[in-house]
Ligand binder design. Structure first.
Ligand code: GLV
Length: 326
């Protein structure tokens, strides 16, 4: 594009000053000539005064943004998951939609998952229970290399999680749509078909880590049929999206002991409603979608680099395939 692009940031008012300042700095550092406007994501009927932009940088924008902005060619999502954006009927399908790749999130997620896996592996919850009864009973500890952890989704984030678990001594199996090679990880691939490679991937896992994007193909993927394939007493860790789980069936499997524990950071409805069964289940740990948050500096650097590449007509990473849904 010949002239300087107009960019609109659509985010929460409270976060705006920091993001705007960081974006200005990153654009200047790259010699990017772009003008920057702000539109409050928290106000559904915000001012119509923001001039038409070619580029939007968004986090949870109201659908109204896309009616106000008819000239968008490039949209950056300030997060890895684009399911909420794709659900907006007026998202311009002709624009290029780019999600964040890693931007500090992969390391944070890998740390969260490792902490969750170790908590259950080392029996910390059971010791906490024993402590309440002043009970001194050492519990047996399995050999780590005999604990098979399956990572469902091997993109940038899933790959980092799998590597962290492997480096910590667990036996790691991974599953992706297409073939991947990761040293020391048993990578499987194929369709999400329980009668095929996906079913084989799940078979006998001691821990299942969900890190898939939410698409029509993955909604409700993890219900009783899939989770019954895991080893008895398996630990389910979900950091992808809550709607992958069939909650009632997960709770039923926990009650029966088919699942031994669940560590859940994402939920179909967030915040998790107060009456939800996960809150009070003794073998569920609920965390409020904190496994990774978008980090300002790496996110801004990535967006500025990609904006510069787009201006040069160079290919971009992290472009969302609308048909695939991620
Ligand atoms: C957070 O859940 C994200 O999609 O970045």
């Amino acid at each position: 594009m010949a002239r300087a692009p107009r960019v609109v940031l659509c985010a929460r008012e409270a976060a705006a000053p920091q993001w705007l300042a960081a974006l200005e700095r990153a654009f200047a550092a790259r010699g990017l000539d772009a003008s920057l406007d702000f539109r409050d994501a928290g106000d559904r009927n915000a001012r119509a005064g923001v001039p038409p932009a070619e580029v939007a940088i968004v986090w949870k924008p109201p659908a109204a943004l896309f009616d106000e902005q008819p000239a968008l060619q490039l949209i950056f999502n300030l997060g890895a998951g684009v399911d909420a954006l794709l659900a907006l009927p007026n998202l311009p399908r002709g624009a290029t939609l780019v999600r964040l790749e890693d931007a500090g999130m992969a390391a944070a997620l890998a740390e969260y998952v490792l902490a969750a896996v170790l908590r259950v592996y080392r029996g910390l919850d059971r010791y906490a229970q024993q402590q309440r009864a002043a009970e001194w009973t050492p519990l047996p500890l399995a050999d780590k290399s005999a604990v098979v952890v399956g990572v469902l989704g091997l993109g940038v984030i899933g790959g980092a999680i799998a590597a962290r678990l492997r480096d910590s001594g667990f036996a790691v199996r991974g599953f992706a749509r297409s073939a991947r090679t990761l040293a020391g990880i048993d990578c499987r691939h194929g369709a999400l078909d329980l009668d095929g490679a996906f079913g084989d991937f799940l078979a006998g896992l001691n821990v299942l880590v969900g890190v898939l994007p939410l698409t029509p193909a993955t909604v409700g993927l993890l219900g009783a049929r899939a989770l019954s394939r895991l080893a008895p007493g398996a630990h389910l860790v979900n950091v992808g999206r809550g709607a992958h789980l069939v909650d009632a069936e997960v709770l039923h499997l926990l009650d029966r002991g088919q699942l031994g524990a669940a560590t859940l950071d994402v939920f179909a409805t967030e915040p998790l409603p107060p009456e939800h069964g996960y809150w009070r289940h003794p073998r569920v740990l609920v965390t409020p979608h904190v496994s990774a948050v978008t980090e300002l500096e790496p996110a801004v650097a990535q967006i500025a680099d990609k904006l510069a590449a787009w201006q040069r007509g160079a290919p971009l990473g992290g472009v969302v395939d609308f048909a695939r849904g991620y």
